[in-house]
Design a binder for this molecule. Structure first.
Ligand code: HEC
Length: 145
């Protein structure tokens, strides 16, 4: 009897310890709040748009984006005809004088656009390359201020 309850207490102790581990694991894995649109748009490119950065952005674009968006950014890459919705024409979109804030473009390049073929590049491109390709796509069409 004495032995049984001692073992019982030990089991309860073990159970409580495991619960503790579970709670700590759950707390550390709890998702952080997604950013608001305001926070996304306010994000500034921390990498200056030097000629080297733009040249790098161009190489990234040609490797990762032109198949859909087209070499000249007109939304007419070799894969474009197979997609719905079609990739947008950066010239028509960005040249109209109201492009999206850099932070929004960076967000789409990072996380993709659900419901479209636009993939997220979070795991494929590092932070600097995602910003550089944003700088590069903005060079397609002059933005009217
Ligand atoms: C598999 C095809 C595909 C690839 C690869 C791809 N895109 Fe897209 N992209 C799309 C489609 C489709 C859309 C959605 C167009 C829409 O909103 O209807 C899109 C949308 C976008 C938009 C939003 C444009 C806007 O103003 O609404 C940006 C910016 C963009 N892509 C940049 C990129 C960049 C930069 C890369 C490479 C790093 C890339 N995309 C690679 C297909 C692709």
């Amino acid at each position: 009897m004495g032995l049984r309850s001692a073992r019982g207490r030990a089991l309860i102790g073990l159970g409580l310890a495991l619960c503790g581990v579970g709670v700590v694991t759950w707390l550390s894995a709890a998702p952080t709040q997604p950013p608001t649109v305001g926070e996304i748009d306010a994000r500034q490119n921390p990498y200056p748009p030097t000629p080297d950065a733009l040249a790098r952005g161009e190489r990234v674009y040609q490797a990762q984006c032109q198949a859909c968006h087209g070499l000249t950014g007109h939304g007419n890459g070799p894969l474009a005809a197979t997609l719905y919705p079609r990739p947008i024409d950066f010239w028509a979109h960005f040249g109209s004088g109201h492009t999206h804030p850099d932070g929004r473009l960076y967000f789409w390049v990072t996380y993709g656009m659900p419901g479209t073929a636009m993939p997220g590049f979070k795991d494929r491109l590092n932070d600097a390359d995602r910003w550089r390709v944003v700088d590069y796509i903005k060079t397609f069409a002059p933005v009217v201020q």
